[in-house]
Design a protein around this ligand. Structure first.
Ligand code: APR
Length: 310
């Protein structure tokens, strides 16, 4: 295959993303982890599934960054996931150290790559990756909005008993309790959900979306969600690899858009071969704007807390 994607972290999210990328034959895949044997074992296992799944994707497992050289995209999933009772913010110190270290090694071998950050707390980890890589803002993108919107879409489909394919939804803001589901921009076959579902039910679904990650952490007990996060990261990678120019909600570094500056916040962006090719600015109502700014403040607090750490 012509293109190459490295996934850092061969845990639940990383290996599931590798599987999806491989089965879609989007690019050669390198899976890298700090634990010896795990990325090699998982890559070999995936390669042995290939004859049955009918793909010819080349998969490599590695512990050294030489193998990741010249990747077009690097998806960073390394770090620790949440356990019950933990907020994403509780991961801050550990994952900051990991993302800093990983990014340094990634950019040494793939100076032109586009980084898709998945590790939590997501928006803060985007700051770490951008600072450490010194990459331009269009090449550091956070995966959160696609996942949060997919959760909202799934709940809307369940509510109306219709195909998920009919549903578009938009969730903006940081990847935390303050995220902003936007019913006004969420539709079923083009019909705004506000025309089809009561405001009480919409609010209930928006709340369930905000707590979507927590609901799964509470059920799993030993880790956090990974099927949907992996799917979301791969949808972003696909839009970039195929230069599809999809509009997807992603964490992007804002410089004045939505009245926010110097911060990664989830907004709709166009993803193509250059990474973020456009930030879509929506005209928000006063309430929506207030909610987005509250969410940006929560991200800012995490970034400030991180700055105080060694
Ligand atoms: N370099 C490479 N890999 C690392 C490093 C490092 N410095 N530190 C940890 N890892 C690896 C771990 O060895 C593990 O295999 O990252 C992997 C993380 O996998 P899981 O523990 O299964 O976590 P996962 O569910 O995949 O979540 C990863 O994504 O959604 C977020 O909040 C989640 O921050 C978490 C991340």
């Amino acid at each position: 295959m012509n293109q190459k994607v490295t996934i850092v972290g061969a845990g639940n999210v990383g290996s599931t993303a590798a599987q999806r990328l491989a089965e879609k034959e989007l690019a050669d895949v390198v899976l890298i982890d700090i634990i010896e044997g795990v990325p090699q074992g998982k890559s070999l296992d995936l390669a042995q599934a290939a004859p049955i799944e009918k793909h010819d994707t080349h998969l490599t497992g590695a512990n050294a960054y030489e193998d990741t050289a010249n990747s077009d995209i690097v998806i960073i999933t390394a770090g620790i996931p949440r356990k019950p009772g933990m907020s994403r913010g509780d991961l801050l110190a550990t994952n900051k150290r990991i993302i800093k270290n990983v990014t340094k090694q990634v950019v040494q071998y793939s100076p032109n790559a586009i980084l898709i950050i998945v590790s939590n707390p997501l928006d803060a980890m985007c700051h770490v990756a951008m600072e450490e890589s010194c990459f331009p803002k269009h090449r550091v993108i956070g995966m959160a909005g696609v996942l949060d919107s997919a959760r909202f879409r799934a709940f809307i489909a369940m509510e109306l008993n219709v195909s998920v394919e009919n549903i578009h939804a938009l969730v903006l803001g940081g990847h935390g309790d303050t995220m902003v589901p936007l019913p006004r921009f969420s539709t079923v076959a083009g019909i705004p959900i506000t025309e089809l579902i009561s405001s009480e039910r919409i609010e209930a679904m928006a709340t369930r979306t905000r707590n979507g990650g927590l609901e799964i952490v509470s059920l799993l007990k030993t880790g956090s969600a990974y099927y949907a996060p992996a799917s979301a990261a791969v949808e972003m990678a696909e839009s970039i690899l195929k230069d599809k120019k999809k509009i997807l909600p992603c964490a992007a570094y804002l410089e004045g858009e939505y009245g926010i500056s110097g911060l990664f916040v989830g907004v709709p962006v166009k993803l193509g071969k250059n990474g973020i090719e456009q930030i879509i600015s929506l005209e928000l109502t006063a309430d929506e704007k207030k909610a987005l700014h509250r969410s940006a403040e929560a991200v800012q607090e995490l970034v400030n807390a991180m700055k105080k750490m060694a």
